[in-house]
Design a protein around this ligand. Structure first.
Ligand SMILES: Nc1ncnc2c1ncn2[C@@H]1O[C@H](COP(=O)(O)OP(=O)(O)OP(=O)(O)O)[C@@H](O)[C@H]1O
Ligand SMILES: [Mg+2]
Length: 132
């Protein structure tokens, strides 16, 4: 099992996280369409960290669950947190004038998605893509 993480502090780190994700996805045997889904999800999560939390990290893990293999993407920050999780999961909700497609998009692109956030403490988003 291999874990790696990229600290997100500036915009270049978003690119680095994407690249790491693509490499791990390739190693696991994901096809190019799933590689694109995974790297898009990582970009959205990393960009949210950069924009709203200031800094945080993207953690990428290979996972094995019985016969299933896949990849976990974790986004973790100690930023301001999200006050209304239900609202941010609605398409089109943005506090920054963005499209508000980011988090609902990540949920659609990945197979599993969970979000925990506490105001004033930060946000933890875990998602998994299974290899099939
Ligand atoms: N890591 C985070 N910490 C604090 N708030 C966050 C975080 N990620 C998202 N948010 C909040 O959730 C809202 C929705 O995020 P989402 O990525 O879905 O849309 P967006 O970033 O506003 O627009 P888009 O991603 O389409 O450019 C954001 O506007 C922001 O208020
Ligand atoms: Mg976003």
């Amino acid at each position: 099992m291999m874990d790696s993480s990229v600290k997100i502090i500036n915009e270049w780190d978003i690119v680095a996280a994407r690249q790491l994700g693509r490499n791990v996805a390739k190693e696991l045997g994901f096809g190019i369409v799933d590689q694109a889904r995974i790297t898009t999800a990582i970009s959205e999560l990393a960009r949210n960290i950069y924009l709203y939390a200031g800094q945080g990290e993207i953690i990428i893990e290979k996972v094995e669950n019985g016969a299933k293999k896949g990849m976990t993407i974790i986004s973790r920050d100690a930023g301001p947190g999200i006050s209304d999780l239900r609202k941010v999961m609605e398409d089109g909700f943005s506090t920054s004038g963005g499209l508000g497609a980011g988090l609902p998009g990540v949920k659609r692109l990945m197979d599993e998605f969970s979000i925990e956030s506490t105001l004033g403490e930060g946000t933890l988003i875990q998602s998994v893509k299974w290899l099939r």
